[in-house]
Ligand binder design. Sequence first.
Ligand code: ADP
Length: 198
Amino acid sequence: MFVLGLTGGIGCGKSTVSAHLATLGARILDGDRVARDVVQPGELGLARIVARFGTEMLLPDGQLDRPRLGQLVFADDAARLDLNRLLHPLILDRLRTGVRQARQDAVTVCVLDVPLLLEMAGLAAECDAVWTVECAPSTQLSRLVARNGLTQEAAAARVAAQWSAERRIAAAMAVLDNNGTLAELHSRIAHLWQQLPH
Ligand code: ADP
């Protein structure tokens, strides 16, 4: 099985790429979904958040107040690093379980679709290749604002919480340029896909 790490600037089109890879036959492990799963009520991740940041991070029904936590961690680097330190090991565990399951299911290409793949210690080394999806900063910000309903300032804070595009590009094996149309993106994906051993 070929393990493909897929990362990129937030809003640059990573989920769009992984959705297309799924149509080509890849198994997708969705890092955003795993990150939400580990903070469900009853999960260790949520208990860790409450222990570190207090019960004010909970909604009356016991769910995580995601916007409130987001406001805190995108305004405070130390809080965000703490959150990552508490949750990343749990997320890594689940992703590794997903990879093991994919092997058992005789999957040929398993994609780890993870925004912080390069930032998460050790994960890139477990991938046979890493692709990063990038676009111009102005396009990234406008896609983020349109998709998440964020202000320019809030969108910029989320961008600043990731590695820079330059750093991702230096670490990745291939770059998917997503400044053009979806059709152009699909043909770039097809080109890279053909080079994978499957
Ligand atoms: P990411 O997963 O990297 O955060 P998404 O794949 O969700 O980014 O893309 C961000 C937004 O930009 C989405 O609303 C998506 O539909 C849109 N988008 C992605 N690629 C293109 C493109 N080539 N042209 C126009 N819109 C795009």
